[in-house]
Write a protein that binds this ligand. Structure first.
Ligand SMILES: Nc1ncnc2c1ncn2[C@@H]1O[C@H](COP(=O)(O)OP(=O)(O)OP(=O)(O)O)[C@@H](O)[C@H]1O
Ligand SMILES: [Mg+2]
Length: 592
């Protein structure tokens, strides 16, 4: 919780001013019962002589005194109100800024985490953390902490005044407090647990909503709206139940506090009445003043109970927030990376072993050499580890064993920026960001000119379909914009990769969703593009890899064959069988 305070640092002057306001309010709150009880009853209404003398009032001008007291009482309340309005305005400007800052910090930390973090976390949980945890964390600091100064000040000073007025009455009023504090502190862990439970239900609901939005097409296609609605209802009622549990807990807390407060008031009246009746040193006015003080204690006490609950809630959220902020990325950039400028783009894998789960290797002890500027075709059945291999080369994951050298340098010694500047990947899963077509193509090179963007789009055979859009390159696509077909999306990502002008170009099923004719056109551009750059191309349609300088066949995490197309065909191995099967299949369809 102390760490959270850091986010309030830019607002120290405002916060100091707020504290001043709180102190003034607290002082005014203390004056009120005194004016209301002792001055009004015992001095003015009782026409106290010594009081009249000290203010120079004659015995018949008590009415003037009364007017003054009433005006003073009104002024006290008025000033308190004005101060509270000013406080409201100031805190209203601080809170949203602090919350926004925190959200940025969480989002930034999340951005630095490795891909494996996102594979293992649930989207719903991450969204809840960015969206609601930051709000909840600030709750304690904005709705509790500032007021605690006033309230604690009020409690302590009220107690001192009460004790100085009458010790017996004070003991009667306060004897239950220690028990109350003890029970409150004992109950806090339960409450913490309830808040955690509420978070988990919210996370599930968020995940469900997210699934239904991104997977809307599948839900509709399989007619599963009803089932999804049911799942949603379950998650929704789980939140409802969790919320009810929290509220019930709050209510029990509040009831316990109210009970103690009522008992204290009654005890004061009982003891006070006894003292008034049977002893001579107790005046009615003192009892009224005293009971006003006891009543005045109610609010700070209720506040304390709220403070305990909000503290628990904020702490619960803060723990989750810092879990992300403190999470260490698995893939760390070297502290002093060497200055690297990719010259040739040659790649070498040495004894490479990797598995998403370290116990289940996907790639086993792999060795491979790719000369700079050449094209490597990667073949293998689905799930063989082809995409995994190329993600290791752009260091989205680190191998468990072995190393990857680019131009003879271990990629672990190269800064992320230097490494990724030179590598572009058209991945199997294309993603279109919210924005215009031009912005999407220029994703890796935002400063690109319009002419460059159009050139890249032409090379990727995307220019023609983009021109048919209503606003051409300025058409908004992605979430909330125009939808694209699978092939169109692929061509945009190829254009994106081309524009980045990398030394190493990775094409993972880059043309799998386009028709044969478009594929041929793209292939032609690519043939022109792959000059001077190392190209790794993965394809199930083997005809696209025919021109590769070298082909490898991966199976079971190992390279089982390598060579050029003619060499591998001659070998009559796995590659040959695959080519034969595809040619037959295509011949049956009458395509080739
Ligand atoms: N993020 C991940 N976490 C855990 N396992 C994964 C992950 N991605 C892939 N795998 C597993 O690793 C293996 C290799 O996957 P990979 O994506 O490299 O296959 P591929 O050869 O590209 O297949 P395809 O031709 O279908 O694209 C598969 O068994 C897959 O289930
Ligand atoms: Mg793949």
């Amino acid at each position: 919780m102390l760490r959270i305070l850091k986010y309030f640092k830019p607002f120290i002057p405002q916060i100091l001013f707020l504290l001043l306001c709180y102190l003034v309010t607290a002082a005014l709150n203390l004056i009120w019962p005194y004016l209301n009880g002792t001055v009004l009853y015992d001095q003015i209404l009782a026409k106290d002589k010594s009081f009249a003398d000290s203010f120079g009032l004659t015995s018949d001008s008590f009415i003037t005194g009364l007017a003054f007291v009433v005006i003073a009482m009104i002024l006290t309340k008025l000033i308190t109100q004005i101060i509270s309005i000013i406080q409201g305005i100031i805190s209203a400007t601080i809170v949203p800024k602090v919350v926004a800052d925190m959200k940025s910090v969480i989002f930034e930390s999340m951005g630095q985490l490795s891909l494996s973090f996102f594979n293992n976390s649930r989207t719903g949980s991450l969204m809840t953390r960015v969206l609601s945890d930051a709000d909840r964390v600030t709750d304690f600091f904005t709705s509790i902490l500032p007021y605690s100064v006033t309230n604690i000040f009020t409690i302590i000073s009220t107690c001192i005044i009460m004790f100085s007025m009458n010790i017996k009455l004070s003991v009667a009023a306060l004897c239950l407090l220690p028990i109350l504090s003890f029970i409150s502190i004992k109950l806090m862990p339960n409450l913490f647990h309830l808040f955690g439970k509420r978070h988990r239900t919210e996370r599930n609901l968020n995940a469900c909503i997210n699934d239904n939005i991104t997977g809307a097409r599948v839900v509709k296609a399989f007619g599963q709206e009803k089932r999804e609605m049911k799942a949603f209802d379950n998650y929704n009622s789980a939140i409802c139940d969790a919320e009810i549990e929290v509220v019930n807990f709050h209510n029990r807390f509040t009831a316990m506090y109210s009970f103690v407060e009522e008992v204290a008031s009654l005890a004061v009246w009982a003891v006070g009445a006894y003292l008034v009746l049977y002893t001579s040193n107790m005046k009615m006015g003192v009892l009224i003043t005293f009971s006003s003080y006891v009543t005045q204690l109610k609010e700070p006490l209720n506040f304390l109970s709220r403070a305990l609950r909000t503290w628990t809630d904020s702490k619960n959220s803060a723990e989750r927030m810092f879990e992300i902020i403190d999470a260490k990325p698995d893939i760390l950039e070297k502290e002093n990376p060497i200055k690297f400028n990719m010259e040739k783009g040659s790649i070498e894998l040495k004894n490479l072993t990797f598995g998403y789960d370290p116990n289940i290797p996907v790639l086993k002890n792999m060795n491979l050499q790719i000369e700079g500027g050449k094209m490597l075709g990667i073949v293998g059945r689905s799930g063989a580890g082809k995409s995994t291999l190329v993600s290791l080369i752009s260091r989205l994951y680190d191998p468990q064993d072995g190393e990857i050298l680019i131009d003879g340098v271990n990629i672990k010694n190269i800064s992320f920026n230097d490494l990724r500047r030179h590598i572009s990947m058209v991945s199997q899963e294309t993603y279109i960001f919210m924005g215009t077509v031009a912005e999407n193509i220029a994703y890796a090179k935002p400063e690109a000119s319009k002419a460059e963007i159009i050139r890249a789009a032409r090379l990727a055979s995307a220019h023609d379909f983009i021109c048919k859009f209503p606003d051409g390159y300025d058409t908004v696509i992605g979430s909330g914009g125009k939808s694209l077909s699978g092939g169109e999306r692929q061509r945009l990502s190829i254009a994106r990769a081309i524009l980045a002008d990398p030394k190493i170009l990775i094409l993972d099923e880059a043309t799998a969703s386009v028709d044969t004719e478009t594929e041929k056109a793209i292939q032609k551009s690519l043939n022109y593009l792959i000059k001077d750059r190392t190209t790794l191309s993965i394809a199930h349609r083997l005809s696209t890899l025919r021109n590769a300088d070298k082909l490898i066949v991966i199976d079971n995490g190992k390279i089982i064959e390598q060579g050029t197309h003619p060499e591998l065909v001659k070998r009559h191995g796995t590659y040959f069988k695959l080519v034969e099967l595809q040619t037959k299949a295509l011949a049956m369809k009458g395509i080739e």
